[in-house]
Design a protein around this ligand. Structure first.
Ligand SMILES: *Cc1c(COP(=O)(O)O)cnc(C)c1O
Length: 415
């Protein structure tokens, strides 16, 4: 159970017993815990022995008094898959994919929404609203359905059909907006004021971050298991497809909490933010050596999760990249889609374009020498490719006449 909410920029505190969005300065609020008080009872062994098959096995560092209080659909506890040394992947001896496509609604947005909806319901929220150009809308729709509360989703016209349809099926009220995600955000804010809904926008309430930070906790257990060790350990490098940055900031927070709990030491992975060439505000700010990222004009990429031209957590992401001695890189849409095909064909994982992007970025940083193929590397596949079938249409497939006497010859020509 968290004990405090603080402004991520100025550090002043806010009441935890009522619904909160941004701080007075318009910055994200961060949840704090009395880690010293739980240190003796919340240990890696205790967590390992739990039967809870969701991220709520870490309930002590989430906004509940017990795992039973969670509004859960079984999110988290995703597999860390070691890549086979094959084709483009041959050089990498310790390359892993944390496969978030296993989550409810097929993306890691589930982790954040489970935590945010859980806390907001406990504090009396009666309806939810958010802007979304991708997976967030669907995840919010399903957790709202689980909570038995209405959900209002504002989506730009170019949102993939699968993301719109899944939200509608769950009973969400979807509005299609003739503008950008920022315009949808503005409508959300105004509608929340007018109709009393709770705003679930990314980093504009404190708990989507808390849900996503569980990826950092899980990774420490996953890496220990992968190396056959009982003590928790983190990889050398983490590649994260960065939109609003909730997962990046969340994992960085999780590592600090784990250190305070005595679970890990002060070593940290190098964090790599990966964005699309057509929408790269964080990469640009990182390269320019500035603390915050101005709006990226004409944002465009097929990877809808990366289409975030302005992020309220910009300074937190950039801080994390610097402190970790990490970096930030862009890939083109062609490169990230090629990445999807390679992960699918070589590793058997149908990754989303954002997952394809991190693999494309890893290849790029290997070529420059920044990344060594024998390092312990984790790529985040943040969702399933199934929602992006429209980008991967199969063409020119052989046709068979099953009544033809020569049908086996036709097949023989192609095997
Ligand atoms: C939302 C989303 C992202 C970006 O996540 P952030 O934590 O907000 O940066 C990446 N990939 C997919 C599939 C997403 O839906």
């Amino acid at each position: 159970m968290h004990t405090v909410l603080t402004c991520s920029l100025h550090g002043e505190t806010y009441a935890i017993d009522r619904l909160q969005n941004l701080s007075a300065a318009g910055k994200p609020l961060l949840a704090g815990y009395d880690l010293a008080a739980i240190k003796s009872t919340f240990t890696p062994d205790v967590v390992r022995q739990r039967n809870e098959r969701s991220m709520w096995k870490f309930w002590e560092v989430l906004p509940v008094a017990s795992a039973a209080d969670a509004i859960s659909l079984g999110e988290g506890v995703t597999p860390l898959l070691q890549c086979e040394r094959r084709g483009e992947f041959s050089d990498y001896s310790q390359l892993y994919i944390k496969d978030e496509s296993f989550n409810p609604t097929g993306s890691f947005k589930a982790r954040g929404m489970s935590a945010a909806v859980t806390r907001a319901v406990a504090l009396g929220a009666k309806a939810f609203a958010l802007p979304s150009a991708g997976n967030a809308g669907g995840a919010a729709a399903y957790y709202s359905a689980k909570a038995g509360l209405p959900c209002y989703v504002f989506m730009p016209e170019d949102t993939p059909e699968a993301n719109i349809d899944e939200a509608v099926v769950a009973g969400a009220n979807v509005f299609i907006v003739n503008g950008l995600i920022s315009d949808c955000g503005k409508l959300t804010r105004q509608a929340c004021e007018r109709f009393g809904w709770f705003d679930l926008s990314t980093l504009k309430e404190p708990f989507r971050l808390e849900g996503k930070k569980t990826m950092g906790y899980e990774l420490a257990f996953d890496m220990a298991a992968a190396s056959g060790s009982s003590s928790l350990t983190l990889p050398d490098v983490i590649f994260y497809p960065t939109g609003g940055g909730t997962g990046l900031i969340g994992m960085w927070k999780a590592f600090d909490e784990m250190q305070q709990l005595g679970w890990i030491g002060s070593e940290r992975p190098r964090m790599v933010a990966v964005q699309a060439e057509g929408c790269a505000p964080i990469v640009k700010a990182f390269r320019d050596g500035v603390e915050s990222a101005p709006l990226f004009p004409n944002a465009h990429t097929v990877a809808s999760g990366l289409r975030v031209p302005a992020a309220v957590g910009d300074f937190l992401m950039i801080r994390c990249l610097r402190e970790s001695r990490g970096t930030a890189v862009t890939v083109t849409d062609a490169e990230l889609m090629q990445g999807v095909r390679e992960i699918a064909a070589r590793q058997g994982i149908y990754a989303c374009p954002e997952g394809g992007a991190v693999w494309a970025a890893a290849k790029q940083l290997t070529a420059t020498g920044w990344l060594k193929p024998d390092e312990r590397i984790v790529l985040f596949n943040t969702g399933t490719g199934l929602k992006y079938n429209h980008l991967l249409k199969a063409e020119g497939l052989p046709r068979l006449d099953h009544t033809s006497a020569n049908v086996m010859d036709e097949i023989a020509k192609r095997v």
